[in-house]
Design a protein. Structure first.
Length: 263
């Protein structure tokens, strides 16, 4: 009876297979009775690490904080980015390292920040972060105050001294005038925007008005009027007549009432 049942079962299977082929089916079913399931392959979990930078936009010149997490005992940890200067990390507790960096003078945009290092077991550590740089609208440069010229007097005679003061943000200042000896007077700066100097009215200056041109940074910024009175110059003092008691009579000469030549 068992043999007859087996034959009938095999016949039924053969018939079913014949019908499937005749119908054009391409499916084949395989049975693996009592086949052992594949065992999962043994694998070591990869060491995890991360690098953290500010998520909000930063500006060139900003000092930002950098935080690194990695397995305790990791070595050769380094953080680099084209948007950052040197990053010096200091170890903390529980696998945390911190440091600061200065944002470089780069264009606005997103920049990658990379972490590299070596785990205690020798595995390589890698992590990345994104840093957004946005300079924003540049601050308008302050408009420098206009240069100014001041004279101690607007009148002089040949030989007189005139003190000149120029206030300017330029690096140098001087004045020019035909009324002054040498024509040009260079002024000395105090490093705080004030330049001073002394001019001498030229000995051959004639009576009249002269222009004084003031220069700062090589550019003329002002011209003022200066008057010269050539007559009665203090540089030429009249001789004081001698009193009768100051007259001396040289030996062998006649008293003429004139002072001797050496008087």
């Amino acid at each position: 009876m068992r043999k007859a049942r087996t034959v009938r079962t095999l016949s039924a299977i053969a018939l079913a297979s014949t019908l499937a082929v005749a119908g054009g089916a391409a499916t084949t079913t395989a049975f693996a009775a009592d086949a052992p399931s594949p065992s999962p392959s043994a694998s070591t979990p990869a060491a995890k690490a991360s690098v953290t930078v500010p998520s909000s936009p930063v500006k060139p010149g900003d000092a930002i904080s950098v935080t690194v997490t990695a397995p305790a005992g990791s070595k050769n940890l380094a953080v680099s980015s084209s948007a950052l200067g040197a990053v010096k990390l200091s170890p903390g507790k529980d696998g945390t390292w911190t440091g600061t960096a200065t944002v470089a003078d780069v264009k606005d945009g997103g920049y990658g920040v990379a972490l590299t290092g070596t785990a205690p077991d020798g595995a390589k550590l890698q992590a990345t972060a994104q840093l957004t740089v946005k300079a924003g609208s540049p601050k308008p440069k302050p408009t420098p105050a206009p240069s100014t010229l001041q004279l101690s007097t607007d009148f002089g005679r040949p030989g007189d001294k005139v003190v000149i003061t120029v206030k300017s943000s330029a690096k140098e200042a001087y004045v020019k005038s035909a009324a002054f000896a040498g024509g040009r007077v260079d002024l000395k700066g105090d490093g705080k925007g004030t330049f001073t100097g002394t001019a001498t009215v030229a000995a051959d200056a004639k009576t009249g008005y002269y222009g004084i041109d003031a220069f700062a940074g090589g550019k003329k910024f002002d011209t003022v009027k200066f008057s010269v009175e050539a007559k009665g110059s203090p540089a030429t003092k009249p001789l004081k007549p001698l009193t009768p008691g100051e007259h001396k009579t040289p030996k062998g000469s006649v008293n003429t009432g004139q002072a001797p030549a050496d008087a």
